[in-house]
Ligand binder design. Structure first.
Ligand code: PEP
Ligand code: MG
Length: 966
């Protein structure tokens, strides 16, 4: 029952006396209307609007959201609210000719929450309010149904007990289940009136035991307590999480709707149901919904009884069906959107309890938008806002088919990469390759790891999906899978992955290699067993039609982050207008290339000492052996040897990289391609120092089998057989020790690598321009943009820029052909943002690396933030994961400032963003407002970014507030 208390100002106090807090609806007219969602909440506005339209709505009143906000500030309700509420209650009693909870025909009401944006099931509701020991008897008499009356009363005590008095649900369930057991029955409906009366006696004891007072018998006291409990439910954990996920302002508050109760459980001529005016899963124009006769609303949704398709109502009560059909069609026309409605039939009379814009899948959103334009209900401009950009994922990724299946959720991690994956668990990349295979025989596998590393890439490539127990939204697993368009659930902390035992433990269950699991990368759920999947539809004609309406609005370009030709082809198919980031180190993932990459980073001198010594002797005119050299000279020779080792590895890499660049240029013929020079945090490519230490220490005690496993583990580091282990591992450890860093993400990476080892930049630039010239000669239009990572000073940029320009000229001269190109930088250190005006002297373009910029601005490690993030979000310290949605207030300021400062120096400066935020709708809107030329994101987020950018521009052009269906 956390209540947030905010300080109150004098202005607020004086405002109270003039504020209209309570809005009445009934008798064909309402104080409010459908436009007043801010004040009345979605539900209250809908009830007012339906009442005004003459629809059969049970009368009542709405206590507006300001009363909730006051309650949050002061933890009390003002006298004015009480006065207006009493007035409205009196009006309701007069209209209905009843008194709340009193007399022969007692007035009973429901008390429900209703915020501006629908938050289904997140806040609380109390039904049958007004019942007490006396009025329950009157109800029994009046309805001629003592069972119904007793059931209504026990439901009130249960709901009131739980919601208002904070008593655990289980305390009531125990009583109810014991009664069912005693009566040897399975269904609630089998309990008689007498049974339920006995349950009521027990329920009241539960209340007394937990609250030290009796269940309140005064109906007005019940109403006041229920109202305040609904206000408090705005602050419950569920509601807070929902608001965070859906980006709903915490300070809005909820309205409270007090409404005359109608009963669907009065007998066989009563019933209740829910429905949609169109199919919310597919968008098909069909009347869609479910109902139950002789039931209350919660029976429809609780799954105790199986509801019946709404079309069946036509057979049971044709007039009511026709009336419902007519009303809902009118509602849809009125609101110009698909409606989600609730109704109750009491003694053959239909009542509408709620209508609102219905939630729907992406497929349905697009289809409904198109249909409504065709039907003349909305314009094409309006249609552009009818789809949430993130919903377009649905067209690109498979989904889990959860129909007709019992879903057991084992854990929920981060929704790192959307889609669905179903497969058998494997714990190593090798096993994934073995089991999934590359050829025709493909077993679907899910690679389960504590976290992934570049070495897992082959396994990730063949797996259907990836599950990690550690890591955040920008962890290796998350970034790589998003690039691949592969489903990934990351950081599922409840799962323990025991790679040694090849086991995954969660919820007291143990899963072994070969067990089936299903992943939902869109929600982060890990589900036990094998579900079916529904395949994606990227070239869906309706999607293309919808995009053809939104695209003319878009002013900001959308590029993709793609590292290999295959991803570039994919990105272009989704409409990418260039590559905004080609991470060249990613080109080296994969069996054949990673060895050379490791060789280059390790640059182990042993093999190259003789050559380096020769060079040294020649230069000095000497003829000495290595041993004869002074220590300082020995170090110099070692460094030369390391450089030779690096050059040898680079020589192997150059042709491979050139081919990859050529492939990307070809795929992006006519479009710009931003290639970043090497930026590998070294730890991603080195063997683990601790592993090496342990292996060396235990080598003599390892069994033959274990030694064989070691050979496989270190095969890329010069270990060919068991006999090599003893000799090869200690010098490897020594080199790893030399390269070891305490903070690799702040270490020897980015431009620091290219500055300390210029030969790396030189080789890469050579590969880029050789490929560019070759492609140009073949008639391919190449527009390379070479980008320097992790720059913090002008001189760093100047140093690397000079190498790029020099080598480019060399290649052009050698090949006799020139290509247009640009040299620019990432802005991903706070210092670079601060001195952007300086850096722009050398950089022809900027691209914000918002992953690192967020990391360094907050001082959060990208890979470890998940340790604190859940608490930060739960406590409201952060509203969103700043690695997923740009922190506009903080990091955003740096983006804005750097853009302005950069353009002061170079007015034509092209500015983009290539961090993960480039595909997140609210961030895209921010980048548009800040005047960026483009955003770049994973290929599978290109569609989302295109729509988000179009909406941002359209909202400005059409001067509308993104009228999305919330
Ligand atoms: C970034 O930091 O935002 C970026 C795009 O680079 P990387 O994720 O490769 O560090
Ligand atoms: Mg970066």
């Amino acid at each position: 029952m956390a209540t947030m208390t905010l300080p109150e100002t004098e202005a607020q106090e004086s405002k109270r006396s003039t504020t209209k807090y309570v809005y009445f609806f009934g008798g064909g007219k309402a104080d409010g209307n459908g436009k007043m969602k801010d004040v009345l909440g979605g539900k209250g506005a809908g009830l007012a609007e339906m009442t005004n339209a003459g629809l059969p709505v049970p009368p009542g009143f709405t206590i507006q959201t300001e009363a909730c906000r006051e309650y949050m500030r002061t933890a009390t309700t003002s006298k004015e609210v009480e006065r207006q509420m009493d007035e409205a209650l009196a009006a309701l009693e007069a209209l209905q000719g009843q008194k709340l909870g009193t007399g022969e025909n007692p007035l009973l009401v429901s008390v429900r929450s209703g915020a501006k944006f629908s938050m289904p099931g997140m806040m609380d509701t109390i039904l049958n309010l007004g019942l007490n020991d006396k009025s329950v008897e009157a109800l029994a008499k009046r309805s001629n149904n003592p069972r119904f009356a007793a059931d209504s009363y026990r439901r009130l005590i249960q709901m009131f007990g739980n919601v208002v008095l904070d008593i655990e649900k289980s305390a009531f369930d125990e009583v109810f289940d014991a009664k069912k057991k005693q009566r040897k029955t399975k269904f609630d409906t089998d309990l008689t009136a007498k049974d339920l009366q006995e349950v009521i006696v027990e329920y009241k004891k539960v209340v007394k035991k937990h609250t030290k007072r009796d269940f309140p018998q005064d109906p007005r006291e019940q109403l006041v307590m229920a109202r305040d409990a609904v206000f408090r439910s705005w602050q419950n954990d569920r509601a807070k999480s929902y608001r965070r996920i859906n980006n709903i302002d915490d300070l809005l508050g909820t309205a409270v709707n007090v409404q005359w109760m109608v009963y669907g459980n009065l007998g066989e001529t009563s019933g209740t149901g829910v429905g949609f005016t169109r199919n919310p899963a597919t968008g098909t124009k069909e009347f869609y919904g479910e109902f139950l006769m002789n039931a209350q609303g919660e029976d429809v949704v609780s799954g105790v009884r199986t509801p019946v398709h709404i079309l069946e109502l036509h057979k049971i009560m044709p007039d009511v069906y026709d009336q419902l059909r007519d009303i809902t069609t009118r509602l849809e026309k009125h609101y110009k959107d698909m409606q989600d409605f609730e109704f109750t039939i009491q003694d053959e009379k239909l009542y509408m309890l709620q209508t609102r814009n219905g939630k729907r899948t992406g497929l349905a959103a697009v289809r409904v938008a198109i249909q409504m334009v065709e039907e003349g209900l909305i314009t094409k401009e309006e249609a552009v806002f009818r789809v949430e950009p993130n919903q377009l994922y649905d067209f690109l990724v498979p989904r889990l088919d959860e129909k007709k299946t019992v879903v057991e959720v084992l854990a929920t991690g981060l929704p790192a990469s959307p889609g669905a994956a179903v497969g058998q668990i494997v714990f190593t990349a090798d096993e994934a390759v073995k089991k999934a295979g590359h050829g025709a025989k493909k077993n679907p596998v899910i690679l389960v790891r504590a976290e992934t590393t570049p070495e897992d890439i082959d396994g990730m490539e063949v797996a259907k999906g990836i599950l990690t127990s550690r890591g955040g939204m920008t962890s290796h697993a998350a970034v790589v899978t998003r690039g691949m368009g592969k489903c990934c659930v990351a950081g599922a902390g409840d799962i323990t992955v025991d790679e040694k035992k090849r086991e995954m433990r969660v919820k007291g269950q143990t899963f072994q290699e070969g067990d089936w699991i299903s992943l939902d990368g869109t929600t982060g759920r890990v589900i036990k067993g094998k579900l079916n999947t529904i395949p994606p539809k990227a070239d869906d004609p309706e999607l293309l039609q919808f995009m053809s309406w939104s695209e003319p609005f878009r002013k900001m370009k959308v590029r993709a982050n793609a590292d290999v030709p295959r991803d570039a082809v994919q990105a272009r198919a989704f409409g990418a207008e260039g590559i905004g980031l080609c991470r060249t180190e990613h080109m080296f993932f994969g069996e054949k290339k990673i060895k050379h990459m490791r060789d280059m980073i390790l640059a182990r001198e042993e093999k190259y000492i003789p050559a380096a010594l020769l060079e040294y002797n020649k230069e000095k005119g000497a003829r000495v052996s290595f041993k004869e050299l002074e220590p300082a000279a020995q170090s110099e020779v070692k460094e030369r040897a390391q450089k030779l080792a690096r050059l040898a590895a680079l020589k192997q890499l150059l042709p491979l990289q050139r081919d990859d660049f050529a492939g990307v240029f070809k795929a992006m013929d006519g479009l710009p391609v931003t290639i970043r020079t090497l930026d590998p945090p070294l730890h991603e490519f080195l063997p683990r120092r601790e592993d090496l230490m342990v292996d060396i220490a235990l080598l003599s005690r390892y069994s033959a089998k274990q030694k064989k496993e070691l050979v496989a583990k270190y095969k890329d580091y010069g270990v060919k057989g068991v006999g090599d282990l003893k000799k090869a591992l200690p010098p490897l450890l020594a080199r790893v020790e030399q390269l070891h860093e305490f903070n690799p993400m702040l270490g020897h990476r980015g431009c620091r690598l290219g500055i300390t080892y210029p030969e790396i930049t030189e080789t890469q630039v050579r590969a880029i321009f050789e490929a560019a010239v070759d492609c140009t000669k073949k008639g391919i239009k190449v527009l390379p943009e070479v980008m320097i990572p992790l720059v913090a000073t002008l001189k760093e940029m100047a140093n690397q820029g000079a190498i790029v320009r020099r080598v480019a000229e060399e290649v052009f001269k050698e090949k006799g052909t020139k290509v247009e190109y640009m040299v620019g930088t990432m802005i991903e250190t706070p210092r670079a943002a601060l001195v952007a005006d300086e850096i722009a002297k050398e950089a022809e373009f900027f691209s914000f690396g918002t992953n690192d910029l967020t990391q360094m601005t907050f001082g959060f490690s990208r890979d470890d933030v998940n340790k604190v993030l859940p608490t930060y979000l739960a406590e409201g310290i952060l509203k969103q994961d700043p690695f997923a949605a740009l922190d506009q207030e903080g990091v955003g300021q740096l983006v804005k400032m750097a853009t302005e400062r950069g353009r002061k120096t170079r007015p034509t400066l092209k500015v983009g963003i290539c961090g993960e935020h480039g595909g997140e709708p609210s961030s895209v809107e921010f980048f548009y407002r800040t005047g960026l030329n483009y955003v770049s994101c994973s290929p599978f987020r290109v569609l989302t970014a295109r729509l988000a950018a179009a909406q941002a521009a359209a909202a400005e052009t059409l001067k509308v507030e993104g009228g999305r269906t919330k």
